[in-house]
Design a protein around this ligand. Structure first.
Ligand code: HEC
Ligand code: HEC
Length: 323
């Protein structure tokens, strides 16, 4: 009998000590981690959105942890403990069926895009496998005063009526847009690796020859621009403008195009359409040579045929506007 008590008591003690050492103490230490510079608490609406995020299992497909690895650089800078000061329990996630969302508020700051994407991801990303969350929306005959209907493109829109977000969808989008990594003072992202082909071309070709790498330009466009302007360059009517045949895209002087990509754009009327969406700034996301590749892709695609731009022109514009 006493042996039994010794075994049961001993193993309970070992278990308790291990649990405290490996779970409780690190947890307590982490919860005392002060917020990093620029990390702010969630507003009540954003906090409610976080609950909607949890309730709908967004973490089953999305992480919120950027690892200090080259392959994670597209998602932002490596995550730091202070980033999570106001976000406990952390929604780190373990599956990455979709992109990491740590910095999605910077990457995709357009409220309209977020609503369209949640209502039906295929309406903005044709090849998306993300399930739709249309049950977070209502279909009503017309939008009540003060509420803007989601501009769902025709093939995805309900036959009758307009789509408006519920309070849950509003909270969720407020939360998504709050997911922004504040800069860590003194931390500089590693320089983009120069591709071996670019290095070889640069060495062999005379300086005046463009080193435009069509495949790289297409890939960068797909990763950064196609979610709104679409791979076809046709955009989404009334929401995201077409780049095919666009006057800025086909102008001989690329300055305005460079400036738009560096600074982003909001509330511009192009032709007769006033665009409700917002174009993010890419100054902190893309390097000069990457912006040049994208511009050259746009200038030579979808029937566009305009003179190419160079990384030096992008650098000059960046210096001018101190981006
Ligand atoms: C079954 C997996 C799955 C689930 C569940 C899921 N997503 Fe996604 N999500 C994806 C995939 C795949 C993509 C990439 C394609 C796309 O943009 O639609 C994506 C893309 C996104 C993007 C765009 C990210 C970017 O960098 O452009 C956002 C924002 C997003 N999801 C939010 C959510 C939210 C919020 C939820 C929960 C309500 C959710 N997702 C649930 C798979 C998922
Ligand atoms: C979140 C959606 C979104 C993303 C991502 C996006 N844009 Fe835009 N873009 C817009 C919207 C919306 C406009 C319309 C102008 C406005 O909102 O004021 C626009 C306008 C433009 C214009 C100006 C056209 C004109 O005639 O003035 C250019 C050029 C452009 N985008 C290029 C790009 C490039 C290149 C990328 C990728 C590096 C990109 N956009 C990524 C939404 C987006």
């Amino acid at each position: 009998m006493s042996k039994l008590i010794l075994i049961a008591g001993g193993s309970t003690l070992v278990y308790a000590v291990l649990a405290i050492l490996m779970g409780v103490l690190p947890g307590a230490a982490l919860s005392r981690t002060p917020p990093g510079p620029g990390v702010v608490p969630l507003t009540p609406l954003q906090a409610k959105g976080r609950d909607v995020y949890v309730a709908n299992g967004c973490s089953y497909c999305h992480t919120q942890q950027v690892r200090p690895l080259a392959e994670d650089a597209v998602f932002g800078r490596p995550s730091a403990p202070g980033d999570y000061a106001y976000q406990t329990p952390e929604l780190l996630g373990s599956e990455r069926n979709g992109p990491d969302l740590t910095n999605v508020g910077v990457r995709q700051p357009s409220e309209v895009w977020q609503y369209m994407h949640l209502y039906d991801p295929r309406s903005v990303v044709p090849e998306s496998i993300m399930p739709d969350f249309s049950f977070l929306f209502l279909v009503v005959p017309r939008a009540p005063d003060g509420v803007t209907a989601v501009p769902v493109p025709k093939p995805f829109a309900p036959k009758h009526g307009v789509v408006i977000p519920t309070r849950k969808a509003q909270a969720l989008v407020a939360y998504l847009l709050s997911l922004k990594q504040p800069a860590i003072p003194g931390y500089h992202p590693p320089a983009a690796p120069t591709s071996p082909t670019a290095a070889v071309q640069g060495a062999a070709a005379p300086a005046a020859t463009s080193t435009f790498d069509a495949a790289a330009g297409q890939k960068l466009f797909a990763a950064n621009c196609a979610s709104c302007h679409q791979t076809s360059g046709l955009g989404v009517p009334g929401v995201f403008p077409p780049l095919k045949g666009d006057p800025v895209e086909t102008a001989t002087d690329p300055t305005e195009q460079i400036h738009t990509i560096l600074a982003g754009l909001h509330g511009k009327t192009i032709g007769t359409v006033a665009y409700p969406g917002q174009m993010p700034s890419f100054a902190a996301i893309l390097h000069d040579d990457e912006i040049a590749e994208i511009i050259d892709h746009e200038r030579t695609s979808w029937g566009n045929n305009a003179p190419l731009a160079t990384a030096a022109q992008v650098a000059a514009e960046r210096a001018k506007t101190a981006h």
